[in-house]
Design a protein around this ligand. Sequence first.
Ligand code: ADP
Ligand code: MG
Length: 229
Amino acid sequence: MSSEPPIICFKDVYKYYHAGNEKVTALSGVSLEFQQGDFVSIMGPSGGGKTTFLNCLGGLDLPDRGEIFLKNRLMNNMNDKELTELRRKEVGFIFQFFNLMPTLTILENVDLPLLINHSARNQSKQVQTLLDYVGLAHRSKSFPAELSGGEMQRVAIARALVHRPAIVLADEPTGNLDSDNGIKILELMKKASVDFDTTVVMATHNIQIADYGNRHFEIRDGKATIRQS
Ligand code: ADP
Ligand code: MG
C-alpha cells in the first residue's frame, strides 16, 4: 500500500432518493479509498448505485450521510459555489451518450471546460494538444453529428482532460459502442490516465470492461465491496 494520502475517500456514505412515497437507498454505507493514479472499475447490476456513486464523487449530487473527501477536501460542507469550482477544476466527466454540445464544433466542445474556467492559459494550444492526442485534430471543425460513436467518445475524452483534472469519472463509457470501439476507448483512457497523471473511476455493468484497471469494486444494492478478479 502507498503511504500517500488517498486522493478520494468515502466514509460511510449514504444516499437516499424519494420516488413517490417510497424511499430508495441508492448508497448504503459506502467506505473506500482510491490513490492517485488508480484506474478504478466499479462493476455492478443496473440500479445498484454506480451512477449515484459517481455523481456524489463528482460533486453533482450530495450524500445524505457520511463524508466524501477529494484531495483531502471534505465535499459535504461545501456550498454550491465551492462545489462547482472544485468540479470545474478537479473533475472530468465521460458519459455513455457522450454529451457533446451538438451546435458546437469538436474544437469548441473541447474548449468548453477552459472557457468555463476562464483559464488564463493559451487555450487553443491546449485544445489542439488534446485533439492531437485523441487522433482527431483533422476533425476539429466538424460537428458531433458528423462523427462516429467511437470518435465522439474520443472527443469526450479530450474534453474530460483538457483542464488537467485530478480525476476523470466515466459512467458506462463504452455502453453505446460496439466491442471493438469499446476496447479502443478503454485503451485510450488507460493510456491517458498515465500520460496525464489522472485517477480514473469508471462504472460499468459489463464484466469484460470491468476487468480493466488496477482496482476493482462492485456496487450492488448500494453497497460497495472489493471485487476479486
Ligand atoms: P446504476 O448506475 O448502478 O444503474 P443508479 O445509481 O442509477 O444505479 O441507481 C441506484 C438506485 O437509485 C436505483 O434504485 C434507482 O432507481 C435510484 N435512483 C437513481 N436516481 C434517482 C432519482 N433521481 N430519483 C429516484 N430514484 C433514483
Ligand atoms: Mg448508471
